[in-house]
Design a binder for this molecule. Structure first.
Ligand SMILES: Nc1ncnc2c1ncn2[C@@H]1O[C@H](COP(=O)(O)OP(=O)(O)OP(=O)(O)O)[C@@H](O)[C@H]1O
Length: 249
């Protein structure tokens, strides 16, 4: 069943979740002389253990919003709360600690270290994490137990993205942010990576927020946020997301 909220902040009443991410009235502009407003009072709420996706045309502010939620950038106004903590009140050191320990990032082009093996790419993150998962367990979870000693150039695009996901989840982040995670992959490989993200969400309980141009991905998520001109203009919730393998691409 699908329910549609009229207000961008509309939050479902469920027993499973509870509010995990709350963005309210977020504003961000770029430029000094000519100021360009990019986020114009953006509101978004996502429940714990859910998968959310932000859809919207190029330039609508998706990456800007995600960078602020990930603690990579700061807003000019408004608030972001993650798991009860208000990012906008953090000092730079607290924001660094938040980025390092509480958030995992997955990008379109994997960003693996080329002269480290798959296992080593995961280990460099696990070594600086407070309570890391076991590298072998995480590589097994992403289906790459047998490719631990391969270098990125010896892996397919889909396999490299799986390493990137392993690297992002080895620190047990509460929040996984994915920026066009399938943007560089063919359809079949994309569906495999999306299925993996659904499994990470189900098995590790990680709350996931993705951004994409591909509206086909919406069906596999719990919450769909449509952005336009720096605002979330529509929110849709799915009580029963479709398994990624069954997405109509
Ligand atoms: N560091 C920056 N300095 C100046 N302008 C910026 C900066 N970062 C983003 N912008 C501008 O802000 C607007 C929103 O960019 P953003 O990357 O958030 O959009 P997006 O929806 O993620 O787009 P895309 O889908 O193309 O990645 C764009 O017009 C962009 O040019």
């Amino acid at each position: 069943m699908t329910t549609s909220a009229t207000a961008a902040t509309g939050l479902r009443n469920t027993t499973d979740g509870g509010r995990f991410l709350a963005v309210a009235g977020l504003r961000k502009s770029y430029g000094t002389g000519v100021v360009t407003p990019v986020l114009r009072g953006t509101d978004l709420e996502l429940e714990r253990h859910r998968i959310g996706v932000i859809l919207g045309p190029s330039g609508s502010g998706k990456s800007t919003l995600m960078n602020i939620v990930g603690g990579i950038d700061r807003a000019d106004g408004g608030t972001v709360e993650v798991d009860g903590e208000r990012l906008s009140d953090f000092t730079d050191d607290q924001l660094l600690e938040y980025r390092r320990t509480r958030v995992g990032f997955v990008f379109q082009f994997y960003n693996l270290v080329p002269n480290l093996t798959a296992g080593e790419n995961v280990e460099v993150v696990s070594n600086i994490s407070e309570k890391p998962l076991q590298t072998d367990d995480v590589l097994a979870a992403v289906g790459l137990a047998d490719k631990k000693d391969r270098f990125p150039c010896e892996l397919s695009g889909g396999e490299q993205q799986r390493v990137a996901i392993a690297r992002a989840i080895v620190k047990s982040p509460r929040l996984l942010l994915c920026d066009e995670p399938t943007g560089a992959l063919d359809v079949e490989t994309s569906l495999g990576v999306l299925a993996l993200l659904q499994r990470v969400n189900a098995e590790f309980g990680t709350t996931i927020l993705m951004i994409t141009h591909n509206s086909a991905i919406a069906d596999m998520t719990h919450s769909v946020f449509r952005m336009r001109d720096g605002q979330v203009e529509d929110v849709t919730h799915h009580d029963q997301p479709v398994p990624a393998e069954r997405i109509q691409w």
